[in-house]
Design a protein around this ligand. Structure first.
Ligand code: DGY
Length: 320
């Protein structure tokens, strides 16, 4: 059967699909497919392997009547109307678990790099501005014993908390849709309401999915409640924070710094003022970007397709 793949994915996933006897058509241009192009390529496809942010909504599903399964090369599925897919009888697969450690590493990297102004100081060396060692210059802030706030205590949030406790003995507080036993028992994390999370976190790391409830959650009112010494880290989705409010909070000293792996829009424009700020580190959405992790994501996405085309339950399915 025909599988359409929206971006080049690791060979390991494609090998699995080919070994199962399927044919592959892969979009290789380095730009997002337009909605019309996606429909055209899916008109005779039995399965869609979607890597990227193409909208999968009711209109698309109506226009792709042969699709039997859709597998995302991602854990997040905010680009998919899952209810519409369920109504169409189409299972949606994603890639949880395999990217947990890599994404927690990215959050940890951004926290540490931001706390020491690492990206900004690296740029100063390149510009020839490292001329003299000054004991009072280039100072960051220590993370030892500080309070880590986790917004969204799923597996990635828990792994970030585990790293921060092991490395810096950080106290962990968290806010989540519901309380989490593992986080409380194993990590000694304390559940707090959203306002307390804002007020008490020295580092606030965002790990929640993008939903109507979380969209724009980190706005001017939220930043105003945070400590002037706080670092905001977002490796989830750029739309969870309001970018102009974040810029104002950094410029106004309401928070100290920010580490972002996700922005809105993506890619971030190179002229964005955030890229010039000493206490800001921005990465190009590389949360899961290790060779091992991307291979594992491609394999799980392929396994989801293979199961779906056989009419079996997907190994990782998001429909209720
Ligand atoms: C994910 O897995 O959701 C990553 O952010 C890639 O989109």
């Amino acid at each position: 059967m025909k599988v359409f793949i929206t971006r080049v994915i690791p060979q390991a996933g494609k090998d699995l699909l080919l070994a199962a006897g399927h044919t592959i058509e892969e979009w290789t241009e380095k730009r997002n497919l337009t909605p019309a192009e996606l429909v055209a390529h899916c008109s005779d496809a039995d399965a869609l392997l979607s890597a990227g942010s193409n909208k999968i909504d009711a209109a698309f599903l109506d226009a792709a009547p042969h699709l039997k399964v859709i597998a995302l090369h991602a854990v997040g599925y905010d680009n998919v109307d899952v209810a519409a897919a369920t109504r169409h009888g189409i299972p949606i697969g994603n890639t949880p678990g395999v990217l947990t450690n890599a994404t927690a590493d990215t959050a940890f990297l951004l926290m540490l790099a931001t706390s020491r102004k690492a990206f900004y100081l690296h740029k100063r060396i390149i510009r020839g501005e490292w001329n003299f060692f000054e004991p009072t210059a280039n100072l960051g802030i220590s993370l030892d014993g500080k309070t880590l706030g986790i917004f969204g205590m799923g597996s990635i949030g828990q792994n970030m908390a585990r790293r921060c406790k092991a490395a810096y003995g950080m106290q962990v507080i968290y806010h989540n849709r519901r309380r989490d036993d593992t986080a409380e028992k194993e990590l000694g994390a304390t559940y707090v309401d959203f306002n307390t999370l804002l007020q008490q976190s020295d580092v606030l790391s965002v790990h929640a999915p993008l939903t109507p409830e979380t969209q724009g959650k980190f706005n001017a009112a939220a930043f105003a409640q945070m400590k002037p010494s706080a670092i905001f880290v977002n490796t989830a989705r750029g739309s969870l924070h309001n970018e102009s409010d974040l810029i104002a909070a950094l410029e106004g000293g309401q928070i100290w710094g920010a580490g972002l792996d996700v922005t809105n829009p993506e890619p971030m424009h190179p002229d964005n003022v955030l890229l010039q700020m000493p206490n800001v580190c921005v990465l190009p959405h590389i949360g899961s970007a290790t060779q091992e992790t991307r291979d594992a994501m491609a394999v799980l996405a392929a396994q989801n397709i293979i199961a779906g085309l056989k009419g079996e339950r997907l190994p990782a399915v998001v429909n209720p």
